[in-house]
Write a protein that binds this ligand. Structure first.
Ligand code: C2E
Ligand code: MG
Ligand code: MG
Length: 413
């Protein structure tokens, strides 16, 4: 990782707090920080001491380098207290604790919503510290995937109007083959596109659509757009499979399967060009309804994917009862699986299960080359994620493939 040529101004102004009960380890961290150009450094011997130091500063430290095992107040307790006090320093956990504990702490910090620069094993080396400081600059610069506007103040009437005006449309996220990087299909993801260019993400309106009875119309509007886009792609010689997300209430609707079948037949598309993604938890609600709807769709030749696999309660049972063709592993098992061995183990067993059942295996949320390499090693067939690309508007898909073909081959080589 690159050594930051210039320190982020926040680090210079607010400084770094090193919390460790071992004087030797503390000294080591302080020296590394000095070598990296940090002059404003505070020290504390345990959590109580650290909170006192942090609260006495006019501005909280930009970064807290934190040991876990300490007398009086340990690192975990201290992180919980930081969150309660609303202190949002970036954390760099440096500990000799076993890996499972480090993983747990990492998850806890993320769940509390505190910025985390990394979890490292002691003794720290210069590269660790320089990497963490560079990471701070990156996080502060807001690098990462484009964000949507989640706080749009939406009610049922606004949603109804957006559906009627055609403002809810699919964006498409490519799904690539992990052995050669070729685009095998795309997933349609709903976006609410405002006239001023704002994009409202599905998290802001799918729940409302489900509870207000608008999810049926929404799904069919998405399907109509998918059918149109598929026909246009076919005309241009591109034959991807398209995945459409289906919510629980739709599975209980007796006519839902007919609506899909009718539209796809009318457009003279093969049912196998469509994959219906159903979230695990959706199946628990009304198993009889789901069996009927999914059974009929599968009989017609539609692909069926179990989405967010691993997050539901009775995955195994669902897999044994329903005619799935694809298993889509939730991104919570993919993210960091290359560094967290427990996640890796779960991921490995999910891929193995999918393969043994003869299902296509797809990993969601691939963000790094290391995660992609691990999935290849585990034999996962397909992947989606920001490393490949965030979802794209329909018109951008083919040009994107043309320009990215080479990069995709390279990242999968
Ligand atoms: P999902 O079906 O599991 O879709 C994957 C979500 O992960 C998408 O979020 C996608 O943009 C996001 N994603 C993809 N790659 C990455 C990555 O590398 N990192 C991260 N952090 N995220 C990644 P999105 O589009 O916000 O959709 C969220 C959920 O909303 C979907 O989860 C799906 O359950 C639901 N949804 C979206 N469109 C529809 C729809 O038309 N109908 C229904 N019923 N649900 C939909
Ligand atoms: Mg999905
Ligand atoms: Mg998913």
């Amino acid at each position: 990782m690159a050594v930051p040529t210039e320190l982020h101004p926040a680090i210079r102004q607010q400084g770094v707090l090193v919390v460790d009960d071992s004087a030797v380890q503390r000294q080591n961290a302080v020296e590394l920080l000095r070598s990296a150009g940090v002059n404003r450094i505070f020290e504390a011997v345990n959590g109580v001491d650290a909170l006192r130091v942090a609260h006495n500063l006019v501005q909280p430290p930009a970064i807290i380098v934190l040991d876990l095992e300490m007398p009086d107040m340990d690192g975990i307790e201290m992180v919980q207290q930081l969150a309660m006090d609303g202190l949002r320093s970036s954390l760099l956990v440096a500990s000799g604790a076993e890996m499972a504990v480090m993983d747990t702490v990492r998850t806890m910090v993320e769940t509390l919503g505190l910025p985390l620069l990394g979890t490292l094993r002691k003794p720290l080396a210069f590269g660790d510290m320089a990497g963490a400081l560079a990471g701070f600059a990156e996080a502060a610069a807001g690098k990462g995937a484009p964000r949507c506007d989640e706080d749009a103040g939406i009610d049922v009437e606004a949603l109804r109007a957006a559906l009627a005006d055609g403002r809810i449309r699919p964006y498409y996220q490519p799904k690539i083959r992990l052995d050669d990087g070729r685009v095998a299909g795309v997933e349609a993801l709903a976006r609410w596109c405002e006239a001023d260019g704002r994009l409202i993400p599905p998290a802001a309106f799918i729940g409302l659509a489900e509870s207000s009875g608008l999810i049926g119309p929404l799904t069919l509007i998405m399907l109509d757009a998918v059918v149109r886009d598929l026909c246009a792609w076919h005309a241009a010689g591109f034959y991807p499979s398209v995945a459409l997300n289906v919510s629980a209430p739709s599975l209980s609707e007796r006519h839902f399967a007919n609506e899909i079948i009718g539209r796809v037949e009318a457009a003279r598309l093969s049912p196998s060009a469509l994959v219906l993604e159903i979230t695990e938890s959706a199946l628990v609600a009304d198993l009889a309804g789901a069996l009927g709807t999914l059974g009929r769709l599968r009989l017609k030749g539609y692909g069926l994917s179990i989405d967010d696999y691993g997050t539901g309660f009775s995955s195994m049972q669902q897999l044994s009862r329903l005619p799935f063709t694809e298993l889509k592993i939730d991104r919570s098992f993919v993210r960091h699986a290359d560094t967290k061995w427990r996640l890796r183990t779960i991921l490995e067993s999910a891929v193995g299960m999918g393969r043994r059942l003869g299902l296509a295996t797809v990993a969601e949320g691939i963000e790094t080359a290391a995660e992609l390499a691990l999935l290849q090693t585990l034999g996962c067939e397909y992947g989606q994620g920001y490393l490949i690309t965030p979802p794209l508007p329909a018109a951008a898909l083919m040009p994107w493939i043309a320009s990215e073909e080479q990069r995709l081959r390279t990242i999968c080589a």
